[in-house]
Write a new protein. Structure first.
Length: 388
């Protein structure tokens, strides 16, 4: 059954100097409106215990445009400014629902430079994209066509730290689910092997950051030797950003290929609920864990399974998948991280740590599919000799 989903198609484009100046000005105005609205809402709450709604923020924006100090807000399209207020309202909603932290102010150097245009502020026709306040279309590199019959509902223009310009078109498109399959795979995420499916295959970790570490360190040393505020510092900062962009692009491309294969070949994918935020507190493994990008891999699996009619099962993070013998179900007394192979003390079965964990993860996922059973193991007898 065909499913209609929202898909963002991202392309690179090359603006003219006039378009780049207009977009940079728009980015600055969007950032200014966000900060002003955030300050007004924070002040209203701390001083008067009042909630400021989106409509009240919109009325404030009209007043700001008529003031002498903020009259430059009239020079850009009003749609990205209104969208900034809507995004702030969504950020507050997530905060009150305890799904995110309190909204923070946007910085010119650290925050993402982006502006969102809705239908009244852009026109897409015959492969040409026109934005408000611009006379010429954007020179977009259409590396792949938009889905058949797709009409963009919003257009987001952004510039990354490496100076590259991107445009993202959000469309509603039809997606055909993959044919039904009986295969169920458990996936154990790791550092040496990025992913180990329960089939016994080991997918090596490309270690994109390590491969470019020398180049990145050299660029960062050159940046550290430059004087703050100089033109050479801007050039050196751009070179560092380009190395980071290269690492990010290669990592994302590899993860897309991996997750697409897992979703295409299996009806259900079972993974562990890893607490990456806590794990990177280990300073010996933080860089390797960040380079593995387990959180990004899980996010890709989530939306791809939803699109193509697959099941993604996430088992509890405390399930001892590595310490449990996949043959008899007994728990090993201890299993340090450095032990990659171990023998079951009861049956003598030799296990590869990663493959054994993947097999146990798959078994726990099958239990959830069958009857919704939990994944916590049975309680072992206490060391004092008590009953189980």
């Amino acid at each position: 059954m065909t499913k209609v989903v929202k898909q963002a198609c991202k392309y690179r484009f090359y603006p003219t100097p006039e378009q780049a100046a207009e977009l940079s000005r728009t980015f600055g105005c969007v950032r200014k409106v966000w900060n002003l609205a955030l300050q007004a809402r924070t002040t209203a709450w701390h001083q008067r215990h009042e909630h400021v709604s989106y409509l009240q923020s919109s009325a404030m924006l009209t007043q700001w445009k008529h003031s002498d100090d903020l009259g430059y807000l009239n020079q850009v399209s009003s749609v990205p400014l209104q969208q900034a207020l809507r995004h702030l309202q969504s950020a507050y909603a997530r905060f009150w629902q305890k799904q995110a932290r309190y909204p923070r102010y946007k910085s010119r150097k650290k925050s993402r430079s982006a502006a969102e245009y809705t239908r009244p502020a852009f026109r897409y026709r015959d492969g040409h994209l026109h934005l408000a306040k611009m006379t010429a279309p954007l020179a977009v590199v259409w590396s792949r066509p938009l889905p058949d019959g797709a009409e963009p509902s919003t257009v987001t223009v952004s510039r990354d730290p490496a100076g590259r310009w991107f445009v993202s078109l959000l469309c509603e498109c039809a997606v055909e689910p993959h044919p039904a399959s009986a295969a169920v795979v458990g996936v154990d995420a790791g550092i040496t092997s990025l992913a180990t499916p329960s089939t016994g295959e080991k997918i090596a970790n490309p270690r994109h950051e390590r491969r470019d570490r020398a180049r990145l360190a050299r660029a960062q040393r050159r940046l550290a030797r430059t004087q703050k505020g100089s033109a050479n510092r801007d050039k050196a900062r751009l070179k560092v950003a380009r190395v980071h962009a290269r690492i990010t692009d290669r990592r994302k491309g590899f993860l897309h290929k991996l997750t697409t294969r897992l979703v295409r070949d299996n009806q259900a994918v079972v993974i562990e609920d890893l607490s990456v935020r806590n794990m990177i507190r280990n300073h010996h493994l933080a860089r390797a864990i960040s380079d593995a990008a387990w959180r990004e891999m899980r996010a890709m699996l989530e939306y791809k399974c939803q699109w193509y009619g697959r099941d993604l099962i996430v088992i509890g993070r405390w399930y001892p998948s590595s310490k449990t013998c996949s043959a008899c179900g007994r728990l090993a007394s201890s299993l340090p991280l450095g032990v990659r192979e171990w023998d079951c003390a009861y049956w003598g079965t030799r296990h590869d740590r990663d493959i054994n964990a993947a097999v146990n993860i798959r078994a726990a996922g099958l239990a959830v599919l069958a009857c919704g059973a939990g994944t916590r193991p049975e309680r072992e007898p206490s060391r004092a000799g008590g009953r189980p």
